[in-house]
Design a protein around this ligand. Structure first.
Ligand SMILES: *Cc1c(COP(=O)(O)O)cnc(C)c1O
Length: 384
């Protein structure tokens, strides 16, 4: 009887299979190493951005001092540089964008004063009502247009006449880019028009410029052109600019003096904050000039998503992409998010059937491809 396989060739075959398996497992180990920290495609926000190696290096070697005494050279340098970029006299390093806006409102307004802002504004929706709770400041929300603007006529009719029945209108707030309005960039012309209106009525203008560098990159202008009509502007270092912590508020020397007092009152006077500011300086130097890459990725993602039947995509102008599942889709929002998460892709559900993906430094073109592939399969209900 002849055996079913030629036993003489079995040992070399097994040996080859063994080599192959060893090769595969070594390859996986190397790839896992290379991909470390990149396995998750996190599109929930640009706040998830890890600091770059250059930032960690700068933080490790930063000169520091007591910033409440004004003695931290790195904070002083960051504030000087930020003010220069915004075309203002002075800057103030604060713990967050929320603190920057609150400190600005406290410095501009007294109790019972009113601020005009958009009903989709971050300050109105996402800042825990801080200006009302802590400053006694009355909000007057106006309908935000889809492009993030407020209509001039709406602003004009919201400005209160001098009458003891009314709160005193003190300030207009704009948001650029506008987070909830599809990341829209407000133009230089529009911002000037609102600034002129504010001055004509003796009001101040504050810009929540959390992503003002994205606005500048998208419009092809300098951030200071967008900030010029404003009395104050705040921007985040911790979003697309990748720094771990912090925002900077900029304005006149006198205004920043008031803001510094408000920051202290809120417990935001930090000591050797130069460790954090060092990353902010690297952010301004290395990250601000590359934001157009995120915008290109956002456009690519939006184009790919809109090619998927049944998905609708809002117009994209910067690094934020909003898209919608149709109301009749069998897939629930939670199931969609969960199935994406199963493929190591994180996005955010912001309202019923409305989703947000934010592009940033740690998302490359291949990640956009992988996301499109995943969304396509999930929406077409192919098995993962
Ligand atoms: C994120 C954000 C803020 C607040 O920044 P935090 O650092 O998260 O407090 C303010 N305004 C806008 C438009 C934002 O997107």
């Amino acid at each position: 009887m002849t055996p079913p396989v030629n036993l003489r060739i079995l040992p070399p075959v097994l040996l080859k299979a063994g080599y192959f398996l060893t090769y595969i497992s070594a390859y996986q180990t190397v790839m896992a190493f290379i991909l470390d920290g990149k396995e998750i495609i996190d599109l929930r926000s640009d706040t998830v951005t890890q600091p770059t190696p250059a930032m960690r290096e700068a933080m490790a070697h930063a000169a520091a001092g007591d910033d409440v005494y004004g003695e931290d050279p790195t904070v002083n340098e960051l504030e000087r540089k930020a003010a220069e970029l915004m075309g203002k006299q002075a800057g103030l390093f604060v713990a967050s964008g929320t603190m920057g806006n609150l400190v600005a409102l406290l410095a501009h307004c007294g109790r019972g004063d009113e601020i005009i802002l958009g009903d989709q504004a971050h300050t109105f929706i996402y800042e825990a009502g801080g200006s009302a709770a802590l400053g006694g400041i009355h909000p007057r929300p106006l309908r935000n247009q889809a492009d993030g603007t407020l209509l001039m006529e709406d602003i004009v009719s919201a400005i209160r006449p001098d009458n003891i029945h009314f709160p005193r209108t003190r300030l207009i707030c704009l948001e650029n880019t506008h987070n909830r309005c599809a990341g829209a960039a407000l133009s230089v012309e529009y911002t000037h028009a609102v600034g002129d209106l504010a001055r004509k009525h003796g009001l101040k203008l504050h810009i929540d410029g959390a992503r003002i560098f994205n606005a500048a990159a998208a419009l092809g202008v300098k951030p200071q052109e967008l900030a010029a009509p404003a009395d104050s502007v705040s921007f985040c270092l911790s979003k697309a600019l990748c720094a771990p912590v912090g925002s900077v508020l900029c304005g006149s020397r006198a205004f920043i003096g008031e803001a510094r007092r408000a920051r202290k009152m809120l417990g935001g006077g930090m000591r050797q904050a130069g460790i954090l500011a060092a990353a902010g300086l690297v952010a301004l130097e290395t990250m601000a000039p590359r934001l157009h890459e995120d915008h290109a990725h956002a456009k690519k993602l939006a184009a790919g998503l809109s090619a998927i039947p049944n998905l609708t995509v809002e117009p994209v102008s910067t690094n934020i992409v909003y898209f919608h599942l149709p109301p009749e889709a069998a897939l629930t929002d939670a199931a969609f998010i969960a199935r994406l998460a199963g493929r190591n892709i994180k996005i955010m559900a912001v309202a019923q059937r409305r989703f947000r993906a934010v592009l940033h430094y740690w998302i490359n073109s291949e990640d956009v491809d992988a996301t499109l592939d995943a969304v396509k399969n999930i929406v077409n209900d192919r098995k993962d």
